[in-house]
Write a protein that binds this ligand. Structure first.
Ligand code: PXG
Length: 285
């Protein structure tokens, strides 16, 4: 049997977990979400994910019909009922169903959905051998149009870039911002290593400030690896010694080629390997 799915305080089987076709989450991508992981029954950085969810909701003037503590309790309960010790959690809040037409004021009953399941974003071999990725021609949403800091249900910007990657035979794609600077990948943040320094695009490059990204920056600090948030160009990536991506689903995954050019010596680099090991230790702690 598949794990029960939470919808507004009730639990349903996968087959019966349904919401209205009038929900503005479906009609307009009007809603927010989080993707989290559990390790040995514990949700990694749950409080940070919940804070980001409520911030995303606030940014789109969506009132989540429960307190943060109630949300935390609901997530924990759904994880418990799933019986999965290592899982992926998809937490979704939609605007709710309403009349046809954009007006969010004509919707009611936002839907809070919690799915706990398994996810394998990339085949195991890519963690050993590294990913080959490309730079997409689709630029990241202009922050003044739709802030990339909002984790909204409207992921078409990223999906267009993901499609470019897939069409080139790559599982991920780098997205530049409107200034031509490196922002992030379609569902992952990006890091490079250059002369022993760890570098990643700063928040004002127009990125989702990933929770895994924050964990890696903290780890670097603990391990005394010099790290800096900065502006990066495609050139910086192409001449980097190492490159890797971070995300709740991907965790830490090496990149060995960008736009068919090898990064460094084309093999998974030592700092990347070290951070992958230390990240594993951190999540199971
Ligand atoms: N950038 C973007 C655009 C993302 O969507 C990240 C960076 C990494 O953030 P975190 O906080 O996860 O370190 C994300 C996260 C999925 C899925 O279902 C996508 C994400 C996370 C979990 C699942 O494809 N993206």
């Amino acid at each position: 049997m598949s794990p029960p799915i939470y919808i507004n305080g009730k639990y349903f089987s996968k087959e019966d977990a349904k919401i209205s076709v009038y929900d503005h989450g479906l009609l307009y991508g009007d809603g927010v979400f989080e993707g989290m992981r559990t390790y040995s029954n514990k949700v990694f950085r749950l409080d940070e994910h919940i804070d980001r969810l409520y911030e995303s909701a606030r940014a789109i003037l969506l009132t989540i019909p429960m307190s943060k503590q109630e949300m935390i309790d609901a997530v924990k309960k759904t994880v418990e009922l799933s019986g999965l010790s290592d899982s992926y959690i998809r937490l979704v809040v939609t605007r709710g169903s309403g009349s046809l037409g954009l007006d969010p004021n004509r919707t009611s009953d936002p839907q809070v959905i919690i799915i706990v399941d398994l996810i394998a974003l990339y085949d195991r071999k890519y963690y050993d051998e590294g990913l080959k990725i490309i730079t997409a021609s689709t630029i990241r949403n202009h922050p003044a149009a739709l802030s990339p800091r909002i984790k909204s249900l409207n992921y078409l910007n990223n999906i267009m870039a993901k499609l470019e990657g897939l069409q080139a035979g790559c599982m991920e794609a780098i997205m530049l911002n409107h200034k031509g600077e490196v922002a992030e990948c379609t569902g992952d943040n990006i890091f490079i290593v250059k002369r022993g320094q760890l570098l990643t695009p700063s928040a004002d490059s127009g990125i989702l400030e990933g929770i895994t990204r924050n964990a890696i920056l903290e780890l670097a600090n603990t391990l005394k690896i010099p790290a800096r948030e900065t502006t990066l160009t495609r050139h910086d990536l192409l001449v980097a010694d190492e490159c890797f991506l971070t995300g709740s689903a991907a965790e830490v995954i090496p990149v060995v080629s960008i736009d068919s050019r090898p990064i460094g010596d084309g093999k998974v680099g030592p700092t990347t390997k070290q951070l992958m090991i230390e990240f594993k230790k951190l999540v199971v702690r």
